[in-house]
Design a protein around this ligand. Structure first.
Ligand code: C2E
Ligand code: CA
Ligand code: CA
Length: 517
């Protein structure tokens, strides 16, 4: 049923109403003729006056009823528009979408034909919105929804169910190909940049999928399940999608627990930093330490950063936690060897906040760390969220004398052209490349290319996750300058470093290092 139709007012019903009004008017006219103007008026015979009055009454009644019903329909339209549709995007509003899912559910129960519910969400939308401002944020959502509509086949229903979140109800029969190819293409296209009035904005999206009747037919349950799949996809990296699986319920329980526990953990002081050495291959010296957060829960024990950092990012808890990490690491620098820097991971959410630079300045002033001893590890994703802002922030950091390493390099955006615009000092080659370097010849070529690229850009390279001698030999052959990994030292508490941790590759490896020079 479209917004303009009403179940009780078919065209026949309206005609009947108008005819009744007309007859009513006629009867009224006859009544006037008999009782009011029986003697005639202004020379006209009573019968003529009666006919005129009856005609006028009929006309008035008919037009009155037309305007009444048209008016009602207009208000109906208005109410439908206001309550059923999202004003910004024209997509169905959340409550209307629930109704629509219920409708499709009853159909799929009868036919058995699958209907998919696809949950599409812009990652970190709240932070993007805070950073670019709500007006420009609205522009982004509008363009996103327009693109979504274009990408979807006819016969699907799109609803806006959150600020940057859309649900798509897609019956199997409207698909031209497979649902996999539809979703894959959707993610690809939705992650291409959006031209906003103020800048070009890149976003990443996560997608979750549930199918009716397989995953249930209760609309709220199916929505929850497609969202669980989405959370799962988000946790596994940028631009991912996942299909609902019953195991996901357990993951969701853990997620909820982490979310509710983070505040208390922060207040209790559960967090600590461990440090992992980074070694310069040419000099064989430890040149820096990466600070890695550790969460020791009083009952659950150690919780890995990958299990709570993404949740802290989504809930905003990463801001106080990230500030604490930066402050602690800068303070700890005084206890590390003087000629070493401390490398701190900066979450994209933190990097995008308006006062990030002000925060860095104040922490430097408070802790007294020489800016040259601070390195920030920032991922490609963070930089790509808003390139213009990223360039400004990176420039300010460079002016302050703080170096920046592009973390997890090679896993994010394939477009390398952006590198030219950004002032940074190091590319950190992602562990996934190092894992394959010894077994896959093409990975070695990729690593050599990255090293060549970094030389052309005048920056250095560091390889993370080095675990074997063979990997080390190949990295050295590729021209990589700095290495980090379990082969040289696991992340350890500061106290261990102060208890005489090795400071050079020679100490770490004894004489074996000589073979490398
Ligand atoms: P990352 O920045 O890529 O950090 C490197 C991760 O690889 C660390 O895991 C480190 O312990 C691990 N690693 C280092 N060498 C090796 C190796 O040779 N083999 C293997 N298998 N692993 C190695 P960790 O500490 O669990 O941290 C995971 C991720 O959590 C980090 O990845 C980073 O993205 C995030 N993270 C950790 N601490 C912080 C923090 O203070 N702030 C923010 N925003 N993120 C953090
Ligand atoms: Ca890192
Ligand atoms: Ca990494």
């Amino acid at each position: 049923m479209s917004a303009a139709q009403h179940p009780n007012r078919s065209p026949a019903f309206r005609l009947l109403t108008i005819a009744c009004s007309g007859i009513g008017g006629l009867v009224l006219g006859i009544w006037g003729l008999r009782f009011g103007f029986g003697d005639g008026l202004a020379g006209m015979p009573a019968s003529t006056i009666g006919a005129i009055v009856a005609g006028l009454c009929a006309l008035a009644a008919a037009s009155g009823s037309i305007s009444f019903f048209a008016g009602v329909d207009e208000s109906l339209d208005y109410v439908m528009r206001e309550t059923h549709f999202d004003k910004l995007t024209g997509a169905l509003a959340r409550s209307a979408m629930v109704g629509r899912i219920a409708h499709e559910a009853s159909r799929t129960i009868q036919t058995g034909e699958p209907v998919y519910l696809i949950d599409v969400d812009i990652d970190r939308f709240k932070q993007i919105n805070d950073a670019i401002g709500y007006t420009v944020g609205d522009e982004l959502v509008k363009l996103f929804a327009e693109r979504l509509k274009i990408l979807m086949p006819k016969g699907v229903t799109i609803g806006r169910i959150g600020a940057g979140e859309f649900a798509i109800l897609c019956p199997d029969e409207v698909l031209a190909g497979s649902i996999d190819s539809l979703v894959g293409n959707l993610i690809d296209k939705l992650m291409q940049p959006y031209q906003l009035s103020s800048h070009l904005q890149s976003v990443s999206v996560s997608v979750g999928l549930a199918a009716m009747p397989k995953d249930g037919t209760d609309p709220l349950l199916v929505m929850r399940r497609s969202n669980l799949a989405l959370q799962h996809a988000r946790a596994s990296g940028v631009g991912n999608w996942a299909v609902f699986h019953t195991n996901m319920g357990r993951v969701a329980d853990f997620r909820q627990w982490v979310e509710s526990e983070l505040h208390a953990a922060f207040a209790r002081g559960d967090f600590d930093l461990h440090y992992q050495p980074q070694l310069d291959l040419l000099s064989g010296r430890v040149v820096g330490y990466e600070a890695l957060i550790r969460w020791h829960h009083p009952e659950r024990g150690m919780i890995a950063p990958m299990k709570f950092i993404p949740i802290a990012e989504e809930t905003g808890m990463i801001l106080p936690i990230g500030e604490w990490v930066l402050r602690k690491a800068c303070g700890d620098a005084a206890k590390l060897p003087n000629d070493c820097f401390v490398a701190v991971n900066i979450s994209p959410t933190q990097f995008m906040t308006k006062d990030f630079i002000a925060l860095v300045r104040s922490i430097i002033a408070d802790t007294g760390i020489a800016p040259g001893r601070l390195e920030l590890e920032i991922t490609e994703t963070a930089i790509m969220q808003d390139r213009h802002r990223a360039v400004r922030i990176l420039q300010e950091l460079a002016e302050m004398g703080i170096s920046v390493a592009v973390d997890d390099f090679g896993t994010g955006y394939s477009n390398l052209s952006y590198l030219v615009d950004f002032p940074f000092s190091k590319l950190k080659i992602d562990k996934s490349f190092i894992d394959r370097i010894a077994t896959d010849a093409s990975t070695g070529a990729v690593v050599s290319t990255i090293v060549g690229l970094s030389r052309a850009l005048g920056v250095s390279t560091i390889a993370e996750g080095v675990e074997t001698e063979k990997q080390l030999t190949l990295l050295k052959a590729a021209g990589c300058e700095v290495v980090q990994g379990f082969l040289f030292g696991r992340p350890s508490p500061l106290i261990k470093i102060n208890q005489g941790w090795p400071t050079s590759l020679r100490e770490l490896h004894g004489t074996r290092i000589d073979r490398l020079h």
